[in-house]
Ligand binder design. Structure first.
Ligand code: SF4
Length: 431
């Protein structure tokens, strides 16, 4: 019997790309292709790329040429598909510069991946089931509730890559949450470019609070986490919904990008030090144990020493648990790339490191507050030494550190006493 072609996915970039790859994988499996365990076993490799800043573009280009050279050239019939944000950002330019690639599938066309696979492999897939498709089996799963963005931050390429803001319908969110939970997910992480804007494009009067209620109504779901929540979208209604629903982790990822009013206005963003500190005080008044993550950009065009001091002071006073720090990167096609007053690359990198040092000082001290506390830990994996590894409600996947345990089963939530703290990582004894 002729074996159906096997496909291997390589995913670069953010959790949104991971969801896109997961949906594409599920559709490929449902269409009777096989999923290869490694490139070596694959007839087709799909590289899902990222391109929101230059570093990501360079990584996507390098990975494409590596696959072409180290994988495709070693098999006469092998096909290489490049998907995601790089084809969305650069379009036909890539066709000429990357003749090794057999097909490009931009973000907006990922639904056409199956047709592309059929064209390249001459394999006629079976009929595709109508309902939502995701792969299963992980204790934690991302659920993308919206895509694209309606904002126009001066430095950002994402609206031009992922398009205008669009919410997923609540019924589809309910169906996907059920599917992920029945596949073993105890934690659902809500993501988008800006989930605080959920519902703004829908006719019926729904908001992020309704998404929380919908996902919380799925019995097997035990934790709900909110990522990418823009500060001016954090309403009393949202905070009350978070405080009222026990399944919601007291955790918020709210990108602020800077604290200086002057810099924020040049970014075409709102807010300033005092309004952000006021917002954080409101959040902590309602949920004192709230873990806060933010992201900031250092070395933005026109940033003065005074702006730098204001940002340092703000990071100390706000006491974030985690801060993602980016050295500003001028991106072609953005308003910010035309701004004057661009600090040298060296200055941008050193300013970013200075912010990171302050944020780590604060963040590690916050992590140490968990010492000798009893907390719930979701066990996600076992490391190479056989140690169960998990996260507590105050740690998001992939970015905030882990909890190392002395025992436990993957996919369970265990009550744990923290017996040691190692930077952002914790060590726990299961009770
Ligand atoms: S909110 Fe985020 S995705 Fe939207 S334009 Fe601003 S930085 Fe980009």
């Amino acid at each position: 019997m002729v074996k159906s072609p096997s496909v291997y996915f390589v995913t670069l970039g953010c959790p949104k790309n991971e969801v896109d790859s997961d949906r594409m994988t599920a559709a490929v499996v449902a269409s009777t292709y096989r999923i290869a365990e490694s490139p070596g076993e694959a007839d087709v490799v799909v590289l899902n790329t990222c391109s929101f800043i230059q570093d990501a573009v360079e990584e996507s280009i390098a990975t494409t040429f590596e696959l072409a050279e180290d994988w495709k050239s070693h098999g006469s019939d092998r096909k290489l598909i490049v998907a995601g944000c790089m084809p969305s950002r650069y379009g036909d330019e890539l066709v000429e510069s990357m003749p090794e690639v057999d097909a490009f599938v931009p973000v907006a066309d990922e639904g056409s991946l199956l047709a592309t696979l059929e064209r390249l492999t001459s394999h006629s897939p079976g009929p595709l089931p109508a309902d939502t498709l995701r792969t299963a089996g992980r204790p934690s799963a991302y659920l993308q509730v919206s895509d694209g963005c309606f904002r126009s931050c001066a430095y950002c390429t994402i609206p031009s890559i992922r398009g205008p803001f669009r919410s997923m319908h609540l019924d589809d969110i309910a169906e996907e949450a059920e599917l992920l939970a029945s596949g073993g997910a105890k934690e659902i992480v809500l993501i988008g470019q800006d989930i605080s804007a959920y519902g703004r494009d829908l006719d019926d009067d729904v908001t992020l609070s309704d998404v929380i209620a919908t996902v919380a109504s799925v019995e097997e779901v035990e934790w709900i986490r909110l990522m990418y929540v823009q500060p001016d979208g954090i309403t009393e209604k949202l905070l009350n919904a978070m405080a009222a629903e026990p399944k919601v982790c007291h955790y918020l990822d709210m990108p602020l990008q800077h604290a200086s009013e002057a810099v924020l206005r040049r970014m075409n963003r709102s807010g300033d030090t005092e309004s952000f500190l006021h917002l954080i005080a409101r959040i902590r008044a309602l949920m004192p144990d709230m873990a806060l993550r933010t992201s900031v950009i250092a070395g933005y065009p026109g940033e003065t020493r005074r702006d730098v001091r204001e940002l340092h002071d703000f990071i100390r006073r706000a006491e974030f648990n985690y801060v993602g720090v980016f050295a500003y990167s001028p991106e072609s096609g953005t308003v910010a790339a035309e701004l004057d007053g661009l600090p040298t690359k060296r200055t941008r990198l050193s300013r970013a490191q200075a912010v990171r040092d302050i944020a780590d000082e604060v963040g590690v001290a916050k992590a140490a507050e968990q010492f000798e506390r009893e907390i719930d830990v979701l066990i996600e994996d076992v490391d190479e030494d056989g140690t169960p590894v998990g996260r507590w409600r105050g740690q998001a996947p992939e970015v905030d550190g882990v909890v190392l345990l002395d025992s436990g089963t993957v996919g369970t939530i265990v009550r744990t006493r923290i017996v040691d703290v190692l930077g952002y990582d914790l060590e726990g004894e299961v009770l």
